[in-house]
Design a protein around this ligand. Structure first.
Ligand code: WTA
Length: 661
C-alpha cells in the first residue's frame, strides 16, 4: 500500500470514521414492504453481471429515441468509448415534452422554495413551455448546436430551464457554481470558448441578497468573445446592463414563441462540460455526452432511490453547480418524470429547522444530501428535526464523501425514524452516475460502507501492481468496464484524459480514491490518494489553492493540505513562506491572504487556517512533504522525516504552531 493510502486511512481513523471498520457489526436489512415491491432485486444483479451490454441495451429503452440505437458499447479505441452511437435523441424532449405527451403535463416537476419564503410550483407542461421559449431566445442570439453556453445562477427554476434550453438546441452548457469568483468564471469561459452567458442579478444567501451580475461583468473584462449576457431578475438588486450585450431574461425570453420542435442529435453529441478540480492547478473540463449519460442517470436514479414517479417526492439538496445537481436534480429525475423539491438557500435560514419544515410541507419521500450537512445537523441537535413530521420519508441518500458510521446511524434514526434505508452513493463528476451504492430493497446496509457496485457496473480494489486485493485489505479503487455515463474526455485535452484516468493501470479507470474491502468483500472508501481535498463534499485541489496563494505579492511559497475536520470532512490548512520584502507581513496578513484566495477561486476555497512559516519540509528532490504538514495540521506526532533535506524544519514549524496566535 502506498504512503498516501496509508496516510489517508490514518486520517480517517483518527476522525473515528473507520476506526470501527473491523468491528462494525450493525446491519440494517431492507424493510419488508420496500423489498417486496423494490425496483431492483437480487435477480437484477445476476442479469446485469451475465451480460452487461445486454443489460444496458435494455436500460436504454427507458428513454425516448428518435432513432433507436442498434449499437451498445464500442470500446474498439480505448479509452475513448462510445455508447448507443447510432441512436439519435433530444435530451430536453426526454426531460419535458415526452411526459406531457404521455398525459402527465399536470404533474409537478418542481416545488421551488426560495430562501425568503417565496414558492413556485412548476408542472411538466409549464417547464416544457419555458424551455421552448428559452431555446427560441438562444437561437435568436445566434447560438447553434455545438456552441458552449455558460450558466452562472443561484438555485432558481430558471437554472433548470437554461440548462434544458441549451440541451434542446444541442449547445453544451457549462454551469459554474454561483459561489465561484469572477476569476474562476472567466477561466472556465475562456477554456471552453463561451460566447453567451446566462446569469441573474443575484440570489438569496443567509437571509440577504447576494450579487452575481457584478462578478460576470468583472469576468467579462477578460473574455472579449462573449457577445451576450441574459440576466434573470431574482433579487431586484441594481445591476449595470451593457448596451447591446446584456438582455433581461423576462423581457427577451418572455416574448419568445412557445412553439419549438426539438431536433434529434446523435447519442454522442456533447451535453455538457463540468469543471472539477484535479491534482494539478488547472480545473479539468469533464465532458458528458447525451445518450449514455441519460441512460446512466435515469437508470441509477430509478434504481438507487427505488423511485416510484407517481407517488414519490424527491429532494436532492445540492447545488446545480455540481454534478449531483446535474445528474440527480435535473437530468435523472426529469427523464424519469419525477416530482422534485428545489431549495434556494441555506439550511439555517431563517431557522435551523428549515429543511425539516420543507420535508413536512411537501411530504418529501426521498432525501439526498451530503454527510457534511448531516454532521452539521447532528451538531445543532435533534431538537430541530423533532419539531417536524418527517414520517413521509422512506429512503435517505448520502453523497460526496464517506459517511461516518455515527452520522449514518443518526441520519437513519433521527431523520428516518429507523424505517428508512440509507444509501451511501459513491461516484464522481467523471462517472456521471452512481457507481457503488447499496440498493434499498436488496442490501443489508452497513453504517459507513458504500457496499457494492450498482447493477451493470464492475469495480475492483487493486494494489500498486494492479492485482485485486484480498478481503480485509486496502488499495486503489478502479473501474474495470466502461459504463454508459462515463466522461468521454477532458474538454480540449485528450492526452490529459488518458494520463489522468487510464495510465496508472493498463485498461482500468483510476478513480483517485483509496478503498478497502472488508471481510465480506464490501467496499469502504478511505479518501483521495492524490492532491485533491474534499471539503464539505466539494472537490478542491491543493495545487490550485497553492497557486492562488503564490499569486499574492507577499507570498514566496505555499503548501496546502486537507486536515480532517469534524464538520466539513476535510478543512483547508495552508502553510506560507512570505517574501522577505513583506517583512513579517503585518498583523492582517492572514486575513489578506484568505480574502485573496476567495477572490481568485471563491469563498469556499478560503483556508480554515493559514500558518506563516520560515521553511517547508521538502524531500531531497524538492517535493513538499504534505504528509508531514498534515500531521501538524491534525496535531499528530510528526511521522518519518528521514527523507527530508533538513529535519529540523519540522520542529521549527511545530514550535511556530504551538505559539499562541
Ligand atoms: C468522493 C461527487 C466516499 C470521492 C458526486 C470521489 C465519496 C469524489 C463518495 C468525487 C462516497 C463522493 N463515499 N467518497 N459516497 N461520494 N466521494 O466529482 O473522493 O464532486 O472521488 O462528485 O468525492 O467528487 P465529485
Amino acid at each position: 500500500m502506498s504512503d498516501e493510502v496509508r496516510s489517508s486511512q490514518k486520517a480517517q481513523s483518527d476522525e473515528g470514521g473507520l476506526s470501527n471498520l473491523s468491528h462494525e457489526d450493525r446491519r440494517f436489512p431492507p424493510p419488508e414492504e420496500l423489498a417486496a415491491s423494490a425496483n431492483v432485486t437480487a435477480a437484477t444483479y445476476e442479469q446485469a453481471a451475465a451480460d452487461p451490454d445486454a443489460f444496458w441495451a435494455e436500460q436504454a429503452k427507458r428513454i425516448s429515441w428518435e432513432t433507436e440505437p442498434t449499437e451498445v458499447l464500442d470500446w474498439s479505441n480505448p479509452p475513448f468509448a462510445t455508447w448507443f452511437a447510432d441512436g439519435t435523441l433530444n435530451a430536453a424532449y426526454n426531460a419535458c415534452d415526452r411526459h406531457v405527451e404521455a398525459g402527465h403535463g399536470d404533474r409537478v416537476a418542481f416545488y421551488f422554495e426560495g430562501e425568503p419564503g417565496d414558492t413556485r410550483e412548476i408542472t411538466y407542461a409549464q417547464l416544457t413551455t419555458e424551455v421552448k421559449q428559452a431555446a427560441n431566445a438562444l437561437i435568436e442570439l445566434g447560438v447553434e448546436a455545438g456552441d458552449r453556453v455558460a450558466i452562472y445562477l443561484p438555485m432558481i427554476p430558471e437554472a433548470v430551464v437554461a440548462m434544458l434550453a441549451c440541451a434542446r438546441i444541442g449547445a453544451p452548457h457549462t454551469v459554474v457554481f454561483g459561489g465561484f469568483s469572477s476569476d474562476a468564471l472567466s477561466s472556465r469561459i475562456l477554456d471552453c470558448g463561451v460566447e453567451v452567458v446566462i446569469t441573474a442579478d443575484g440570489g438569496y444567501r443567509r437571509g440577504a441578497p447576494s450579487g452575481l451580475k457584478p462578478a460576470v461583468d468583472e469576468a467579462l473584462t477578460k473574455c472579449p468573445d462573449v457577445r451576450h449576457v441574459l440576466v434573470i431578475r431574482r433579487t431586484g438588486q441594481d445591476v449595470e446592463m451593457t448596451e447591446g450585450r446584456d438582455l433581461w431574461w423576462h423581457e427577451f425570453v418572455g416574448q419568445q414563441s412557445e412553439e419549438h420542435t426539438a431536433e434529434a442529435f446523435p447519442a454522442e453529441h456533447p451535453l455538457y462540460i463540468m469543471y472539477t478540480s484535479g491534482s494539478t492547478g488547472k480545473p479539468k473540463g469533464i465532458l458528458h455526452t447525451t445518450g449514455g449519460y441519460l441512460v446512466g442517470t435515469s437508470y441509477t436514479h430509478w434504481a438507487t432511490f427505488d423511485l416510484k414517479p407517481e407517488t414519490d417526492v424527491f429532494w436532492t439538496a445540492a447545488d446545480i453547480g455540481w454534478v449531483t445537481g446535474h445528474s440527480y436534480l435535473v437530468y435523472g429525475p426529469l427523464v424519469n418524470g419525477t416530482t422534485s423539491v428545489m431549495y434556494e438557500g441555506t439550511p439555517d435560514t431563517p431557522h435551523k429547522g428549515r429543511w425539516w419544515e420543507i420535508i413536512e410541507k411537501y411530504r418529501v419521500t426521498i432525501l439526498y444530501c451530503a454527510p457534511t450537512a448531516i454532521r452539521t445537523f447532528m451538531k445543532w441537535g435533534s431538537e430541530f428535526p423533532e419539531q417536524f413530521d418527517l414520517s413521509s420519508l422512506r429512503i435517505l441518500g448520502s453523497v460526496g464523501e464517506p459517511i461516518n458510521p455515527e452520522a449514518y446511524v443518526w441520519y437513519r434514526h433521527v431523520i428516518g425514524g429507523d424505517r428508512t434505508p440509507v444509501v451511501d452513493t459513491w461516484w464522481q463528476t467523471e462517472t456521471g452516475m452512481h457507481m457503488i451504492s447499496p440498493m434499498p430493497g436488496v442490501t443489508s446496509g452497513k453504517p459507513g460502507a458504500a457496499m457494492t457496485p450498482v447493477p451493470g457496473v464492475s469495480v475492483d480494489v487493486v494494489n500498486d501492481e494492479a492485482q485485486s486485493v484480498p478481503n480485509g485489505s486496502g488499495g486503489y479503487l478502479v473501474i474495470t468496464k466502461p459504463w454508459p455515463s462515463m466522461l468521454r474526455t477532458l474538454w480540449g485535452d485528450d492526452q490529459r484524459f488518458v494520463d489522468t484516468y487510464w495510465s496508472r493501470f493498463a485498461g482500468l479507470y483510476f478513480a483517485g480514491d483509496g478503498a478497502k474491502r472488508d471481510d465480506d468483500g464490501d467496499i469502504w472508501f478511505l479518501g483521495r490518494v492524490d492532491d485533491v481535498m474534499n471539503v464539505s463534499g466539494h472537490r478542491m485541489s491543493t495545487t490550485e489553492i497553492e497557486s492562488a496563494l503564490v499569486s499574492h505579492p507577499k507570498v514566496a511559497e505555499a503548501a496546502v493540505v486537507g486536515a480532517s475536520d469534524p464538520t466539513t470532512g476535510q478543512a483547508i490548512v495552508a502553510f506560507v513562506i512570505l517574501r522577505s520584502e513583506a517583512g513579517d507581513g503585518g498583523p492582517d496578513v492572514v486575513a489578506e491572504l484568505r480574502a485573496h484566495v476567495a477572490k481568485e477561486i471563491g469563498a469556499i476555497a478560503k483556508p480554515r487556517q493559514i500558518m506563516v512559516v520560515e521553511e517547508l519540509p521538502k524531500t531531497r528532490s524538492g517535493k513538499i512533504m504534505r504528509r508531514l504538514l498534515r500531521d501538524i495540521a491534525e496535531h499528530r506526532e510528526v511521522g518519518d522525516v528521514t527523507t527530508l533535506t533538513d529535519s529540523s524544519v519540522m520542529s521549527l514549524i511545530k514550535d511556530n504552531m504551538d505559539k499562541p496566535a
